[in-house]
Design a protein around this ligand. Structure first.
Ligand SMILES: Nc1ncnc2c1ncn2[C@@H]1O[C@H](COP(=O)(O)OP(=O)(O)OP(=O)(O)O)[C@@H](O)[C@H]1O
Ligand SMILES: [Mg+2]
Length: 399
C-alpha cells in the first residue's frame, strides 16, 4: 500500500551524496539482479536500531527489528569517529536479527543540523541550485563547503504567488559522510538520508493522519542519550525542530555527581527512579534521592522546550492567533524514565504522554515481536519512520 498523505516527507538521496559513485553501481546491480531490500537504521550515540517493514492493506507489518549498543565513544556530536567499530556493530545487529537487506535509509540530527523553511522568488531550476548554497550560507555558522545541503520546494507562498516556500536542510558533511561510510562498511548501500525528526513524525503522526489533522499545536520531544530534539507541529504539519544538548547522558551525569556513584550505578538508579514521588510524595525519604538529583536538569530541559515554543510563536506573522501547546508527546529512550510524562504534565500544566508508534492498529507484527517492540517503543519511533520512508512517498505538502 502506498500511503498518500499530505505530510511532506523529506528525501535527500542525491544532494546528500547518499549514492556515491561506487554505490550507483551497487544499486544498479541490485535492481538488475535482485530487489532492493531496505532496512531503516538509526545510528544513536547510545544504541543502534534497525527495522524492516512490509506494507499491508492497512499500514505496515514489522518483519524484523533489532537493537545493539553503540560502541562506547564511537559517535561524537553525531559524527561517527570509529567507522569500523560502528560497521561491525551494525553487521552484528543485522545478523542477530536475520536481516538480509542490501540497502539502508539513515538519518541525521542534532545541534549542527540546520532545518528551516525559507522563501525565494520563483526561478529556473539551475538558478535555484546556484542560489541555495548562498541562502544556506546566510544561516549556518560553518563553511557552506563543509555542509551537505538539501532543499525541497514546498509550493507557492500564500501571501505572494511569485515567492516559493522552500524547506532547506544543511548538515555537516563529516556527519553525513561518516554515517554513510559506516553503513556501507557493514555491507549496505545507503539509498537516502533523512532527518530524525521527520522520521519520527512519519511513524508517530503521519500514520495517524486523521487523529492529528486537527490544527492543534503539539511538541514532539525526542529525548535520546546525547541530545533532545524538540519538534513543533501544527496538526500534522512540521513547523520547526531544535536540538537541545540536555538528554539521557546529562541525567546520568547528574545522578553520578550528586549521588557520588559510578556511571553503571547511575544508569541503574536512573532506570529505577520514579519521578512520581516529586508530585505525589512518599513516606520513604530514600525514594526522593534519585528524582531530586535529576530534577534540576529535567527542569532545565523543560525550559528549553518552552523556549522553542516561544521562539516558534515569535516567528509567526503579526496578527496570527497565538495557540498554546495542546499536548506534548515524549519519545526516545529517556522518555522511558518512570513518571516523566506525569512530571511534565504537573510542571507545565499541559498533557504530556509517551508516544508509542505501535499503539496503532495500522502497525502489525507477530505477537512475540510486538511484545518486544512495545517494551522498546519510545526509542524505536525514529527507526520505524526510516523503515517506512520509501513506502510513503515523498509527496509535497499540499496546501
Ligand atoms: N528506563 C529508563 N529510564 C531512564 N532512561 C532510560 C531508560 N531506558 C533507557 N534510558 C536512556 O535512554 C537513552 C537512550 O535512548 P535512545 O536509544 O533514544 O538514544 P540514542 O538514539 O542512542 O541517542 P541520541 O539520539 O541522543 O544519539 C540512554 O541515555 C538511556 O540511559
Ligand atoms: Mg536517537
Amino acid at each position: 500500500m502506498r500511503m498518500v498523505s499530505q505530510f511532506w516527507c523529506f528525501s535527500l538521496p542525491i544532494k546528500f551524496g547518499a549514492r556515491g559513485r561506487t554505490n550507483v553501481t551497487v544499486a544498479a546491480l541490485a535492481s538488475l539482479f535482485g530487489k532492493e531490500v531496505l532496512v531503516g537504521i538509526d545510528i544513536g550515540s547510545s544504541a543502534l536500531k534497525a527495522i524492516q517493514v512490509e506494507p499491508t492493506r492497512d499500514g505496515f507489518r514489522v518483519i524484523r527489528a533489532a537493537q545493539q549498543k553503540t560502541p562506547v565513544g564511537a559517535i561524537r556530536d553525531g559524527v561517527v569517529q570509529d567507522r569500523d567499530a560502528v560497521a561491525n556493530a551494525i553487521r552484528q545487529m543485522l545478523k542477530a536479527a536475520n536481516i538480509t537487506a542490501n540497502s539502508a535509509v539513515i538519518a541525521v540530527s542534532g545541534p549542527t543540523v540546520f532545518v528551516r523553511q525559507i522563501q525565494l522568488p520563483k526561478m529556473p531550476d539551475a538558478a535555484m541550485k546556484r542560489s541555495i548554497p548562498y541562502e544556506a550560507g546566510r544561516f549556518i555558522s560553518s563553511n557552506v563547503d563543509d555542509s551537505s545541503i538539501a532543499y525541497e520546494i514546498l509550493g507557492p507562498a500564500d501571501e505572494d504567488p511569485n515567492l516559493l516556500n522552500i524547506m532547506l536542510v544543511a548538515a555537516p558533511k563529516e556527519m553525513v559522510e561518516s554515517r554513510i561510510a559506516a553503513v556501507e562498511r557493514a555491507g549496505l548501500d545507503v539509498v537516502s538520508a533523512d532527518l530524525e525528526s521527520f522520521a519520527l513524525i512519519r511513524s508517530l503522526i503521519e500514520t495517524q493522519y486523521a487523529r492529528y489533522n486537527d490544527g492543534n499545536l503539539r511538541a514532539l520531544v525526542d529525548i535520546g542519550a546525547g541530545h533532545t530534539e524538540v519538534t513543533i507541529l501544527l496538526g500534522t504539519r512540521f513547523q520547526l525542530t531544535r536540538a537541545v544538548s540536555i538528554a539521557g547522558d546529562t541525567f546520568t551525569d547528574a545522578l553520578k555527581n550528586q549521588l557520588r556513584v559510578d556511571v553503571a550505578e547511575a544508569e541503574t538508579r536512573k532506570a529505577e527512579l520514579d519521578l512520581n514521588v516529586l508530585i505525589q510524595g512518599s513516606d520513604n525519604p530514600q525514594d526522593y534521592e534519585a528524582p531530586r538529583a535529576v530534577q534540576n536538569v529535567i527542569d532545565e530541559l523543560l525550559r528549553e522546550v518552552r523556549r522553542s515554543i516561544v521562539f516558534y510563536q515569535s516567528q509567526l506573522p503579526e496578527g496570527t492567533p497565538q495557540q498554546n501547546i495542546s499536548e506534548m508527546i515524549l519519545a526516545g529512550g529517556s522518555a522511558q524514565m518512570m513518571g516523566l510524562a506525569q512530571y511534565v504534565t504537573a510542571r507545565l500544566g499541559l498533557e504530556a504522554r509517551v508516544g508509542d508508534p505501535f499503539e496503532n492498529p495500522g502497525i502489525e507484527a507477530a505477537p512475540e515481536a510486538m511484545q518486544w517492540l512495545r517494551t522498546q517503543a519510545p526509542r524505536l519511533g525514529c527507526v520505524l519512520g526510516l523503515a517506512m520512508k520509501d513506502f510513503m512517498g515523498t509527496s509535497h505538502q499540499v496546501k
